[in-house]
Design a protein around this ligand. Structure first.
Ligand code: F6P
Length: 328
């Protein structure tokens, strides 16, 4: 806890953009103004801090953005900020503007940077989990995940139509970096036969056996959803194995890619972003430091940034049972 009064807040988005980041920025700006605190937008993540690309925001700066994907503050993965000289420059720039509190909207890489920075300098940092990957402990949701999953579901439903028309087997790759949540959620929601994720060891023999069995009984549509981070590789690698092992199957590969990062945020993402942004400012007013604002069991939950980064969310075994039974 810090006893210093926060009078000027800086807000930035960092790492991969995620739908709902704008809603979070809006919430931070408007809550701060409500409390009589000045707010500054920092452009292109930590790069803007290092380079002094910082501007004052008012209520109007965040008008008409709650429904927009991307981030009005732009984002980047900053190499400079990971160097001590970069962080010193960033601190000097914050001092110039009189900024004495930060809200960082981003993923675990962004939190690592915040943690380092606030240990070195006397600036309280509050993190908001903004990533489509949902790979952060301490929150049931991350800003952007719900929209990304819905985008993937919409795309996979369309793939199902054409797969059905041609009796084809599709291997669809979704994002998630080292996490399989987008694959798991979108795979179950689209009735995929198999879902391959990095959290479990992919048994290729079992996969081939199950697809061979489905081929024999002429199951019409076969969808395999693979997370980009699966230990056996993405759709290209898995598809190549399948083409050799299932010579009679008509196999196509589809990599959904960055469409999962764009688009208007879902209602859930707008809602959690608004709640988290509001509480981030309250946290700074209360003197909290180095915590991430999450939502657990529909209640606001604070996790030390350190724990949010180190611990990963755990995937319950129940999910796999559900996939196996429902996709038969
Ligand atoms: O972390 C978000 C994410 O979209 C991951 O799912 C993906 O692996 C990565 O970012 C892609 O990063 P880039 O936009 O740099 O290609």
């Amino acid at each position: 806890m810090s006893t210093k009064k926060v009078t000027k807040i800086g807000v930035l988005t960092s790492g991969g953009d995620a739908p709902g980041m704008n809603a979070a920025i809006r919430a931070v700006v408007r809550t701060a103004i409500y409390h009589g605190i000045e707010v500054y937008g920092i452009v292109r993540g930590y790069n803007g801090m290092v380079e002094g690309d910082i501007f004052k925001m008012d209520s109007k700066s965040v008008a008409n953005i709650i429904q927009r994907g991307g981030t009005i503050l732009k984002t980047a993965r900053s190499a400079a900020f990971f160097e001590p000289e970069g962080r010193q420059k960033a601190y000097d720039n914050l001092k110039k503007f009189g900024i004495n509190g930060l809200v960082i909207i981003g993923g675990d890489g962004s939190f690592k940077g915040a943690q380092k920075f606030s240990n070195e300098f006397d600036i309280p940092c509050i993190g908001l989990p903004g990533t489509i990957d949902k790979d952060i402990a301490g929150s049931d949701f991350t800003i952007g995940f719900d929209t990304a999953v819905n985008t993937a579901v919409e795309a996979i439903d369309k793939i199902r139509d054409t797969a059905d028309a041609h009796d084809r087997l599709f291997v669809v790759e979704v994002m998630g970096r080292d996490a399989g949540y987008i694959a798991l959620h979108s795979g179950i929601a689209t009735g995929a036969e198999n879902i391959l994720i990095p959290e479990t060891k992919t048994d290729i023999e079992e996969l081939i056996a199950s697809l061979t069995e489905k081929e024999k009984r002429k199951k019409l549509v076969n969808l395999v959803v693979v997370a980009e981070g699966d230990e056996l590789g993405g759709a290209n690698e898995i598809g190549a194995i399948m083409k050799t092992r299932l010579p009679n199957a008509d196999i196509r590969i589809c990599i959904l890619g960055h469409i999962q990062r764009g688009g208007a945020p879902s209602c859930l993402d707008r809602l959690i972003a608004s709640r988290m942004g509001f509480h981030a400012v309250e946290c700074l007013i209360e003197g909290r430091n180095n915590v991430m604002v999450g939502i657990v069991n529909n209640k606001v939950h604070y996790t030390p940034l350190d724990n949010a980064v180190k611990a990963k969310q755990k995937i319950s075994q129940d999910w796999f049972k559900i996939v196996k039974i429902l996709a038969s």
